[in-house]
Design a binder for this molecule. Structure first.
Ligand code: NDP
Length: 365
């Protein structure tokens, strides 16, 4: 079950997210951790450089302890910037040697989607816990292999679903669970942007697994699942591609519909064609609530049909996500964003693509 779906887990999640808001203030009162969990970043691209490495500096329970990269020049720059010793620098081919490095507890996989299984399995075999970016991989089979590898190694596997730690999204989950506007009826959600560079891996199916649905539509899909608190029973979808040269491998835009067991209906959209969609609205018996913008690193806020705003203070979602995973490891308790959560999304996305391809409604087991 999605940990965000149950009230007990939600309240726990909410408390943790709120607790992780003022990092500086919190450290004045809380005891210092006995030890910090060492993270090695695997793939030093845009997300690692601009979000994750800076976020690691804000965490309480984590430290940047190593890097895994295919680009020696980056290794030198990162070593100088973050004081990383030679013994904690790896390439994708030398990850087995991580087994000999006690400074590294977790490998954070931040490579292109279609390489997540390769890197997760290598890290697990070296005896490391894994935090893997979304989407988990490009097929349910690959996701299952990752889960199996981490289980066999006795290590935890978490997926980088940072919005499970974001207070405004958690507030919308509360409004839904507590039925503040009555029973939920309909959710509409969308996320898209105009993609640039035609040479990037996101446009190559082998590495991306698909188009905007895999990349950012997954956030709207997640919102539908954590707001409804249910798993969809059927999906239908239509893909649309106008620029067949740039998007010869993947969809350019996609709209989909899902039915949930209680009768809640959801419709979603995603695109690489234009900017501006970054929102969701949940419609219930006596009103509505939602976020616009909903999924960014900051600036998330929303409104309710009774005129109230939803605007809880922002926080570094990556720092919260990593601190939570570190605490799960230190306290030997399960993460709220396990590999099974990534596998569920991948099964639904696979059904969405099947429906877009066949024109038929696809039932989900
Ligand atoms: P980038 O292209 O910026 O970086 C990916 C890095 O992976 C590269 O810089 C490279 O690092 C490494 N790499 C290894 N093999 C390849 C290959 N064959 N082609 C390209 N790169 C390769 O991607 P992002 O950082 O934007 O995305 C990485 C992952 O993070 C994706 O899964 C994406 O979905 C996810 N993501 C999640 C976000 C979130 O909000 N949670 C936001 C953005 C991305 P090196 O040179 O060190 O080997």
């Amino acid at each position: 079950m999605n940990p965000l779906l149950s009230r007990r887990h939600f309240l726990k999640a909410s408390t943790l997210a709120t607790a992780s808001l003022p990092f500086a203030a919190k450290s004045l009162f809380a005891a210092e951790p006995k030890r910090q969990i060492g993270f090695a970043l695997c793939g030093l691209g845009s997300l690692s450089t601009h979000q994750i490495a800076p976020a690691l500096q804000q965490t309480k329970y984590c430290k940047l302890a190593g890097i895994i990269t295919g680009t020696p020049d980056k290794a030198k720059r990162w070593q100088a910037q973050y004081n990383i010793p030679d013994r904690s620098v790896y390439s994708y081919d030398t990850m087995a040697k991580l087994a000999d490095n006690p400074d590294i507890d977790v490998v954070y996989v931040v490579t292109p989607n279609g390489l997540h299984a390769r890197d997760t399995i290598a890290a697990a075999k070296a005896g490391k816990h894994v935090l893997c970016e979304k989407p988990m991989e490009v097929s349910p089979e690959k996701c299952q292999q990752m889960i199996d590898a981490c289980k066999a190694a006795g290590k935890q596997l978490a997926i980088g679903y940072r919005l499970h730690f974001e207070p405004n999204n958690l507030e919308c989950v509360r409004l839904a669970r507590e039925k503040v506007f009555g029973e939920l009826r309909y959710i509409e959600a969308g996320f898209g942007f105009a993609i640039g560079d035609p040479a990037q891996w996101r446009l190559k199916k082998e590495l991306s697994g698909g188009g905007p649905m895999m990349d950012v539509g997954i956030y709207a899909l997640q919102a539908m699942r954590y707001i409804s608190g249910e798993e969809p029973v059927s999906v239908s979808a239509i893909a649309n591609t106008l620029d067949t040269v740039k998007f010869r491998d993947i969809e350019e835009s996609l709209v989909w519909q899902m039915n949930f067991p209680s009768g809640v209906l959801a419709s979603g959209n995603t695109t690489y064609r234009f900017n501006g969609i970054n929102r969701y609205t949940a419609n219930a018996e006596r009103g509505w609530f939602g976020l616009d913008s909903a999924y960014g690193y900051g600036g998330i806020h929303g409104r309710r049909s009774d005129g109230e705003t939803i605007q809880l203070p922002g926080m570094d979602q990556f720092a919260a996500e990593m601190d939570d995973f570190a605490q799960c490891i230190l306290e030997n308790r399960p993460t709220r964003v396990p590999g099974e959560e990534g596998l569920r999304d991948m099964k639904i996305i696979t059904a969405i693509y099947e429906s877009a391809r066949t024109g038929k409604v696809v039932a989900l087991g």
